[in-house]
Ligand binder design. Structure first.
Ligand code: BDP
Length: 689
């Protein structure tokens, strides 16, 4: 029977008729040639490195590669020295990263020469927003890979297999930490049976150099500990956390630490007891300190006050700068509002000079078309990491303000909210895998270009083995007719999404809570103002945009000079962020001579056209892609194209009620009516409730 299955599989592969579900991500098995790999040291991690090299070797046949653990002051913990005939590192994990780098270069045709390669951030981690019941907050790729419910904590062989694949995938791009559960954390995560399952995950991840972390609920001592308070200064509360931390380390000796969402969107926190974020974070930090554990304390805080939401995190955290223990890291979302298609960087980066700050990116595309739209986020993160803060003079990019090269800090870290679930292809959309890949690559090397990342990912994820047409002459044709156009599509995709959703600095004009379709009108009676789009776009008969200059909310003053002055000056402020910072009349003249209204119409129209062009680009690639992935992507692009048109029509027809101006006659006319769009929106809102 087994033989029969193997024969059948061989037949299907040789005829090209096999199902390709994308499960192998960028680690598709390639035919390899023999290689000798030696290492004087033995460990589970080194065994993995040796096997990976043996199974994937594309270099000279019969070559000998030496892996060596050395002492070297220039190497960081995970760094390595690469050469044609070996890898040297100070740690086993460094050797493993070196092995993956060597293979990546072989597969993608990059040169292997003598080089010292260190990661830019020490802690490169995924944050899973997975709930213990198995659902995933803002997850668009199926249910949780870690949790199946509080009554199903027993670990199965299927779990172990999946966790191992997950660990390997992460290690291959340098990710070395993972938070197993949602920041909206259930107190039950700290109960013993749940911790035992977390231990099982940690055991699978460890050989791949990955540490396990948990998100915890600040009220845990009350909810599961039976105490009367969770006041961080209460001795019993402290003792409870100390005990809990000890229990965790008994199970998971290399446990990484806690991630905490406190006093944010209704979550409990130290302020419930009249204490500060610093009091809360430091109390946990003290419990973790003896084990070298860390606390990642989130700065995603805002209240429905009269203060501009974009200013609130800065207002709350800046006065605390210098008060946090050195094993506390403040985790700050890339932008000051919330993972929008485009935001300026949060002014907290570089401003907190005596506190370690880490960026939080969102890999799962809550606000960028979820797992339906093809949006490569590498470009967005590159723009963010390379943003100039001016905090310590020229060259103080966000990346350098957080990687430890400017400020003296014990840790440097970056996190991405994972887009991973139980779907066969892990991420829902085949191209969403590229964002997991990009996050790892940029966390390791924040100066790498998104173009390089896209090219690597394409070459690793598709390739001659998945050609539909076996007559293709690989290299030349593949590069010109597949790699290049697909790469260009990826590199353009985020800007296209900004164009058809929220061009020129518009933000948060989604409908209701699903954050998917357009809803610039959405403001049900009684709803918190800062949860409704009109709060953000401020459209009226005079114009549109959020005035954040001194005449408005003055959020601009939170940025360092000369940036603050540049942003305040409407003639200098980048047009891509114009309506983020300024409320402007409909006839305001743009640099290209068009009125603001006309330019908005052109941008929305351009976004729709860009996606239609992506459909053409993709359809032309059919020969190069296995039928399954080709059809899946084609199908999603069709939906994206329809959605883009809906976004354009909804936003233009809605804003036109204020501008009272025609859509330039040379542009395509709306294909929907306002009534139709409102009806569709109501249906969606009902469905999501
Ligand atoms: C928002 C999400 C919400 C998260 C929150 C957070 O809509 O689901 O809980 O961010 O980051 O973007 O805490």
């Amino acid at each position: 029977m087994k033989l029969l299955t193997i024969l059948l599989a061989c037949f299907l592969i040789s005829t090209g008729i096999y199902a390709e579900n994308g499960h192998n991500l960028w680690l598709r098995a390639k035919s390899s040639v023999p290689v000798e790999v030696t290492c004087a040291k033995k460990s589970p991690t080194i065994d993995i490195a040796i096997n990976e090299l043996k199974n994937g070797w594309q270099g000279k046949t019969g070559q000998t590669i030496e892996l060596k653990v050395i002492k070297d002051k220039l190497l960081k913990e995970d760094g390595f020295r690469l050469s044609k005939d070996g890898i040297q590192a100070t740690t086993d994990a460094g050797l493993l990263y070196g092995a993956y780098e060597m293979l990546r270069r072989q597969y993608t045709g990059q040169e292997i020469r003598n080089e010292l390669i260190n990661p830019d951030y020490n802690l490169r981690m995924l944050n899973h927003w997975d709930n213990l019941n198995g659902s995933v907050e803002r997850g668009y790729a199926g249910r949780s890979i870690f949790w199946h419910g509080i009554d199903s904590l027993q670990v199965t062989s299927g779990d172990l297999k999946l966790w191992k694949e997950y660990a390997r995938t992460n290690a291959s791009v340098g990710i070395n930490g993972t938070v197993l559960n949602n920041v909206n954390a259930s107190p039950s995560v700290l109960t013993t049976p749940v911790l035992e399952r977390a231990k099982a995950v940690a055991d699978e991840l460890r050989p791949y150099g990955i540490k396990t972390y948990l998100a915890v609920n600040f009220a845990s001592p009350e909810v599961i500990g039976g105490l009367e308070t969770a006041d961080p200064l209460d001795p019993e509360v402290k003792a409870w956390w100390n005990e809990k931390v000890k229990e965790i380390y008994d199970l998971i000796p290399d446990f990484g630490g806690f991630l905490v969402k406190a006093n944010s969107e209704g979550q409990p926190g130290p302020q419930n007891f009249g204490r500060t974020h610093a009091d809360g974070a430091n109390m946990m930090a003290e419990a973790l300190e003896p084990y070298n554990g860390i606390v990642m304390w989130r700065a995603f805080v805002y209240d429905p006050s009269d203060e501009d939401r974009a200013k609130q995190a800065y207002n709350e955290f800046m006065p605390l700068d210098g008060q946090f223990h050195d094993n506390v890291i403040i985790q700050v979302k890339n932008g000051p509002i919330d993972f929008q298609p485009r935001e300026p960087f949060s002014p907290l980066f570089g401003a907190m000079k005596k506190t370690t700050v880490m960026p939080e990116l969102q890999i799962t595309m809550e606000y960028l078309g979820q797992s339906v739209h093809l949006v490569f986020l590498g470009t967005m993160w590159e723009e963010f990491l390379k943003s100039e803060t001016w905090q310590e003079g020229a060259g103080s990019t966000v990346a350098r303000c957080t990687d430890g090269s400017i400020f003296n800090q014990k840790y440097s870290a970056i996190a991405g909210v994972a887009n991973i679930g139980l779907d066969d292809n892990w991420c829902g959309h085949d191209f969403a895998q590229a964002n997991w890949y990009a996050f790892g690559r940029q966390a390791w090397d924040h100066s790498i270009s998104s173009a390089q990342i896209a090219e690597e990912w394409i070459k690793l994820t598709f390739g001659p083995d998945s050609f539909n047409d076996k007559e293709i002459t690989p290299e030349i044709e593949w590069n010109l007719a597949f790699v290049e156009p697909v790469k260009n599509m990826m590199l353009e995709s985020r800007e296209a999404t900004v164009n058809y959703m929220m061009p020129l600095g518009l933000h948060h004009i989604f409908s209701a809570h699903a954050h998917y379709g357009p809803g610039p009108w959405w403001a049900p009676p009684g709803m918190r103002k800062d949860w409704t789009p009109p709060y953000y776009h401020q459209a009226d008969s005079l114009g549109i945009g959020f005035d954040r200059t001194a005449a408005g909310s003055n959020a601009i003053s939170q940025y360092h000079e000369p940036l603050a002055t540049q942003l305040s000056n409407v003639n200098v402020c980048p047009e891509s962020l114009l309506l983020w910072f300024h409320h402007l009349p409909w006839d305001y003249q743009m640099k290209n001579g068009r009125s603001l209204w006309d330019e908005m119409c052109y941008r929305y129209d351009a976004g729709v056209k860009q996606v239609r062009n992506f459909q053409q680009v993709w359809d032309r690639t059919e020969r190069f892609v296995d039928p399954e992935r080709f059809a899946a992507v084609q199908h999603k692009l069709t939906e994206q194209s329809m959605n883009a048109l809906e976004w354009k029509d909804a936003c233009l027809l809605y804003f036109q009620q204020f501008s009272k101006l025609p859509i330039p006659y040379e542009l395509e006319r709306p294909m929907h009516t306002m009534d139709e769009l409102l009806k569709r929106d109501r249906q969606r809102v009902r469905a999501s409730q």
